[in-house]
Design a protein around this ligand. Structure first.
Ligand SMILES: NC(=O)c1ccc[n+]([C@@H]2O[C@H](COP(=O)([O-])OP(=O)(O)OC[C@H]3O[C@@H](n4cnc5c(N)ncnc54)[C@H](O)[C@@H]3O)[C@@H](O)[C@H]2O)c1
Length: 255
């Protein structure tokens, strides 16, 4: 399968690019392509022409790109960029994928779309959105667009609501507690790989979180539709588990 990954130079994309190991051919798109990796193409998803060109002969899309500038969650400047990249960029990709006849589109959403359900409430895999903050709002709007493209044009789309993926090999996690919802990278990658081939008609919203004794997000839809099974349980491996809003050390953005 020829798979276009957007935002491939970012935290998640870099992990996928290094660890994918299937027969899939990865085409790595990013506005800041890694010049040392020949699989990269320059791709600005806010540009419909570039987006259309990148979609030629692509079987599936893994859409990771997001507005990556750090800043206050609700700053106006940041909100402008966020809506451009996250919402308009996703619209450009959906439209280009539809025109090119792409068979599977995986949109990366976030558990922040349902952060409004406070502990200890149980959160269904595809719970109605209750976003907190404009970043989560842009992701909710993208989920709405995905459902629209599936309904109007018969596209097959998986929206994965994910938390922070965590690299348990990183030394930081030997001394800092994890949030229970964080998902170890190997299981996140499992969810994306299964999302490429699972039988999905229309658009499905599916939550993927880490397995722990504190889990309050439903994984049964992921199991049923994707055949997803968590394989790495940090608690059982001796990692310290904190609370859901455990302070995150600043150096953890890429850990
Ligand atoms: N990392 C997390 O904690 C987390 C949690 C939940 C959901 N997510 C979602 O997972 C996905 C990947 O996250 P990440 O941590 O790798 O993000 P990241 O910020 O590390 O990477 C985003 C990438 O998108 C690229 N990008 C920005 N604007 C672009 C544009 N106009 N065109 C093309 N590429 C552009 C950036 O250059 C960057 O490489 C995102 O959609 C994010 O919302 C991440």
């Amino acid at each position: 399968m020829r798979v276009l990954i957007t935002g491939a130079a970012g935290y998640v994309g870099r992990y996928f690019a290094r660890h994918w190991q299937t027969d899939d051919e990865l085409i790595l798109g990013d506005i800041h392509p890694d010049q040392n990796d020949p699989r990269f193409i320059p791709l600005d998803i806010t540009d419909p022409t570039q987006t259309r060109a990148a979609m030629q002969n692509i079987d599936a899309v893994i859409h990771l790109a997001k507005q990556a500038d750090e800043g206050p969650m609700e700053g106006d400047d940041l909100n402008g960029k966020r809506f451009d990249v996250n919402v308009k960029g996703t619209f450009n990709l959906l439209q280009a994928a539809h025109e090119a006849g792409v068979k599977r589109f995986i949109f990366t959403s976030t558990v922040m779309t349902v952060l409004g359900y406070q502990a200890p409430q149980w959160v269904e895999s595809d719970a109605a959105p209750l976003p907190v903050g404009s970043y989560a709002l842009t992701k909710q709007l993208c989920e709405v667009m995905c459902a629209h493209y599936a309904r109007e044009f018969g596209m097959s789309i998986v929206c994965l609501r994910i938390p922070k993926p965590v690299d348990l090999e990183h030394p930081l996690w030997k001394t800092h507690p994890l949030r229970p919802q964080w998902v170890p990278f190997p299981d996140l990658m499992q969810a994306y790989q299964k999302s490429l081939t699972a039988e999905v008609a229309g658009c499905e919203v599916i939550t993927i979180v880490g397995e722990s004794s504190q889990r309050r997000w439903d994984l049964s839809k992921a199991q049923r539709i994707l055949g997803y099974q968590p394989t790495v349980i940090p608690e059982e491996l001796g990692f310290q588990m904190g609370s859901e809003d455990q302070p995150i050390p600043p150096e953890s953005t890429y850990a």
